[in-house]
Unconditional design. Structure first.
Length: 215
């Protein structure tokens, strides 16, 4: 069996969307030059807001920014795992409310998108388990984010991928469902908090791999 390489890219994203795009472009170019078939980017790769600014960003997957990210995959002829994009809400109930003169929905989805080497969206997973915790400080992802409602697996050049995002890692039932769906490689893009990450990140990854017998 031939070896297929996966590129894993570490980023330090900010609220500067153009700066983030430049960093992603450089990483994807590097991965493609090394012969990777898939390159994986973390959660919030495109935008990490300044917590003090209150700035909110969301865009549909056919919007101008994510269209540029899709073009990167096509240009470099590589599959890309975009680990967590702020996808604009498109729920029918929210659309109907806005059309009826109500307030436009201010929530988004935290969406893990797989783009193939032609620049087409091969799969989209909306994060199911939102980060609502009180330790070590209070986080309420659900204040600005809708949860997804279904597991997603997708075939790729490196095997069948099971998609998840960050806090999902603490819920083994999701990974069991992905394995039953045929997943061979579990992708867990994240922007984990420092304190819990240092204590739990590697332990949880190992547990999910052992339980599912997946990469």
């Amino acid at each position: 069996t031939s070896v297929k390489m996966i590129g894993v890219c570490q980023l330090c994203s900010t609220a500067d969307k153009e700066g983030n795009f430049a960093a992603v472009e450089a990483a994807v170019s590097r991965a493609a030059s090394l012969g990777c078939k898939l390159v994986c980017l973390p959660e919030n790769f495109a935008y990490m807001p300044d917590s003090s600014s209150g700035d909110i960003f969301a865009e549909p997957l056919d919007g101008p920014l994510f269209s540029r990210y899709r073009e990167l995959a096509r240009r470099h002829a590589i599959w890309i795992s975009y680990g967590g994009f702020q996808e604009q809400c498109d729920l029918p109930a929210c659309k109907e409310q806005a059309a009826a003169g109500g307030q436009k929905c201010s929530k988004k989805f935290n969406t893990h998108v797989i783009v193939n080497s032609q620049g087409d969206i091969a799969a989209r997973y909306r994060k199911i388990h939102l980060f609502d915790v009180d330790y070590p400080q209070i986080f309420r992802e659900s204040n600005a984010t809708h949860p997804g409602d279904r597991p997603v697996v997708v075939d790729s050049p490196v095997g069948r991928l099971g998609l998840s995002v960050c806090y999902d890692l603490r819920f083994p039932e999701l990974y069991g469902a992905l394995r039953r769906g045929g997943a061979e490689v579990m992708l867990v893009p994240a922007a984990f908090t420092l304190k819990t990450g240092m204590s739990h990140w590697h332990a949880l990854l190992k547990a999910r791999a052992i339980e599912t017998q997946c990469y």
